[in-house]
Design a protein. Structure first.
Length: 118
């Protein structure tokens, strides 16, 4: 599976941005899909997850502001980010789980940088 993340960029605090992750090599609709992020000097942090039945889960720091979704026809997962804060600045990575019920993240995208200015 290859994952291509895109859509990162510079946005002002309070603004919105949507990042995408297109998968190739395998249909990923039946696998858990997730977004993580890593800020400079910090550990990688869980952001959001969508499972095979489209149930969603979010990290505490983004709950209520971010929305994860997927387009099965396009084999793509999205992360819509609203009310962005400077502390959301990070490289955002998408990931695919090992199987339908296995949340061990087997495949990772290359990351897309999101910078939020104050």
């Amino acid at each position: 599976v290859q994952l291509q993340a895109s859509g990162g960029g510079l946005v002002q605090a309070g603004g919105s941005l949507t990042v995408s992750c297109a998968a190739s090599g395998r249909t990923v609709s039946s696998f858990p899909l997730a977004w993580f992020r890593q800020a400079p000097g910090k550990e990688r942090e869980f952001v959001a997850l969508i499972n095979w039945s489209s149930s969603t889960y979010y990290g505490d720091s983004v709950q209520g502001r971010f929305t994860i979704s997927k387009d099965n026809a396009k084999n793509t997962v999205f992360l819509q980010m609203n009310s962005l804060k400077p502390e959301d600045t990070a490289v955002y990575y998408c990931a695919v789980g090992r199987s339908r019920y296995n949340y061990e993240w087997q495949y990772w995208g290359q990351g897309t940088l999101v910078t939020v200015s104050s």
